[in-house]
Write a protein that binds this ligand. Structure first.
Ligand code: NAD
Length: 260
């Protein structure tokens, strides 16, 4: 079994740091030409591009606000001009938003999370699907979250957005399967990145978090990135219309480990 992506072009959103950057680098290491999308951190995206090019690979950095369809269109135009028609789309850009009970959250803050996580994923997927369905090949992988199934107080927009992404993926998968195009989601558990710095930099919060993870550690970005690379390669060629949970057992009801 070999996991190679030579000759494929992959666009990864949210690739200037965290999980997205690790995914983009893993895809590039497997031979894909990669567009590193960034929102605001141009420097880190360009550094990743230079690193890939230094190893003989093909890469570009592309900017967009994924919540703005015109910006997404411009990003696709730039990426496809540089690297050709898209074969792999990874929707990883996302935010968790401000923490507040649903009856207190500011409407604009709530909507912002939906705009980025759900609409952003839709805008990118729609453009990718147009191209993939016409060419009868391609794969879209959406980074959802364990919170597509686990409720999370204070984050109703985040949980709603990720549950919606899951069902949207399944529906797109059903629509696109007759054209040989796969659509799936990967749901990370707690992966150590900037998005949850407040948790892992506080010993008390970290202790509480670890009680929720049967494997007893936070995930590393590579735990997600390498699984994504497997799933979008031909090795994952029979996987579509589903979510793979990569969460150290977080969705395995750890509170039942000692009786119920
Ligand atoms: P991160 O904050 O490092 O990455 C989020 C990325 O989204 C950043 O690159 C940011 O620039 C981009 N982004 C935010 N708003 C944007 C916008 N309007 N337009 C374009 N890009 C925008 O955090 P991360 O942990 O790497 O998160 C990546 C994805 O993984 C997110 O979708 C997140 O919900 C998901 N996720 C993370 C965890 C975790 O524990 N880290 C768990 C489950 C799911």
């Amino acid at each position: 079994m070999q996991i190679r992506l030579d000759g494929k072009f992959a666009l990864v959103t949210g690739a200037s740091g965290g999980i997205g950057q690790a995914i983009a680098r893993s895809l590039a290491a497997s031979g894909a030409a990669v567009a590193f999308h960034y929102s605001s951190h141009a420097d880190t995206a360009h550094a990743s591009v230079a690193a890939v090019q230094g190893e003989g690979g093909r890469a570009v950095a592309v900017q967009a606000d994924v919540a703005d369809p015109a910006s997404v269109q411009a990003m696709f135009d730039a990426a496809e001009r540089a690297l050709g028609p898209i074969d792999i789309l990874i929707n990883c850009a996302g935010i968790d938003g401000k923490q507040a009970p649903s009856w207190e959250i500011d409407l604009a803050d709530w909507k912002k999370v939906i705009d980025v996580n759900l609409y952003g994923t839709f805008y990118c997927s729609q453009l990718a699907l147009k191209s993939m369905v016409a060419r009868k090949k391609g794969v879209i992988l959406n980074i959802s979250s364990v919170h597509e199934v686990i409720a999370w107080s204070g984050y109703s927009a985040y949980t709603a957005s990720k549950a919606a992404v899951s069902m949207m993926s399944k529906t797109m998968a059903q629509e696109a399967a007759p054209f040989g195009v796969r659509v799936l989601s990967l749901a990370p558990g707690a992966i150590q990145t900037d998005i949850n710095r407040a948790v892992w930099s506080d010993p008390e919060q970290m202790k509480d978090l670890l009680t929720k993870i049967p494997l007893g550690r936070m995930g590393k970005v590579e735990d997600i990135a390498d699984m994504v690379t497997v799933l979008v390669s031909d090795v994952g060629g029979y996987v579509t219309g589903t979510t793979l949970f990569v969460d150290g057992g977080m969705t395995d009801y750890p509170e039942f480990a000692h009786g119920g």
